[in-house]
Design a protein around this ligand. Structure first.
Ligand code: SF4
Length: 289
């Protein structure tokens, strides 16, 4: 076990190979800072990640991690939480991973209100595969897959999360590490499905949306008098987004029993602490062979 005050306890020996200037560095710093702030130890936290530049973060933060399949970070995180609901579970991935490949998992996890934190590095492009338009790519975005410009409007993850049943919905941008760290702390403390959409700078495949581009456009909805318990107001701000003005902050937060609290099987103890010496799985295995 590490020293509680050791500020390096979440560092790994391996160094990230993201492009210089990538917004993922800020997200990684904010996450480590949040875990320190919460006085967590590396063995208490598990991360699942999908596929993409962002998802490699699971290798570069000293907690338990599972780098899974494309679009499947949420079912993996849900499984981890149900196996041991004492753990802090974080699911990470990009917009390509979660809003394109894994969209239905996003909706179902929000609806179920599984107690986990879902962090999406939203850069509007499939970056690891060298630049294809994703669901959050802006209309007219020129990429390998849209050489004449994307003809579809971008998807609105905040509005979807609110209507699907997420009980914590927030957004910030990867250049504001202090705010991001505060939001991650609030998300982890929240009991239920906590979702943070992070506007992430990709300097290589979406350079137009630079740090300056975001700084000139983001605003905080709390400064506009929004109360995060007001779902209707949250939707109004979410739906008002456009390419010139982007709302950030905590859109919505409410209390609802998390999914695992409703499962009688784990009411007394986490699944991993159940006595399995009389459990016979031979028949089940035989069926699978
Ligand atoms: Fe970051 Fe984009 Fe480089 Fe990937 S391609 S590491 S998202 S800057």
């Amino acid at each position: 076990m590490s020293n509680a005050n050791d500020k390096t306890k979440f560092n790994t020996k391996a160094r990230p190979n993201w492009c210089p200037g990538c917004g993922n560095f800020g997200i990684q710093s904010a996450l480590k800072r949040a875990l320190m702030e919460l006085n967590l130890e590396p063995h208490q936290v598990v991360m699942s990640s999908g596929i993409g530049c962002s998802s490699k973060i699971a290798h570069w933060i000293n907690i338990y991690g599972l780098h899974g399949l494309h679009g499947r970070t949420l079912p993996i995180a849900t499984g981890i939480k149900l196996a041991n609901n004492n753990l802090v579970v974080i699911a990470e991935g990009g917009d390509g991973d979660g809003y394109s490949e894994g969209m239905n998992h996003f909706i179902q996890a929000a609806r179920r209100n599984v107690d986990l934190t879902y962090i999406v590095h939203n850069n509007g492009v499939f970056s690891l595969t060298t630049g294809q338009t994703s669901t959050t790519g802006k209309k007219g975005f020129v990429s390998n897959t849209t050489p004449f410009g994307a003809i579809e409007p971008p998807f609105n993850p905040i509005a979807l999360a609110i209507t699907a049943g997420a009980t914590f919905v927030a957004r910030t941008f990867s250049g504001d590490i202090n705010r991001l760290s505060e939001l991650i702390v609030a998300a982890i403390k929240h009991r239920g499905f906590a979702f943070i959409d992070i506007l992430q700078v990709c300097v290589s495949y979406n350079p137009e949306k630079s740090y300056k581009w975001y700084k000139d456009r983001v605003y905080n909805i709390e400064d506009k008098g929004h109360a995060h318990t007001n779902r209707s107001s949250a939707l109004v701000f979410a739906l008002a987004d456009n390419e010139d003005r982007i709302a950030t902050g905590i859109f919505y937060q409410s209390e609802r029993a998390p999914y695992e609290d409703l499962l009688p099987q784990i009411k007394k103890a986490p699944l991993v602490e159940h006595d399995i010496k009389n459990v016979e799985i031979g028949n089940l295995m035989a069926e699978l062979i």
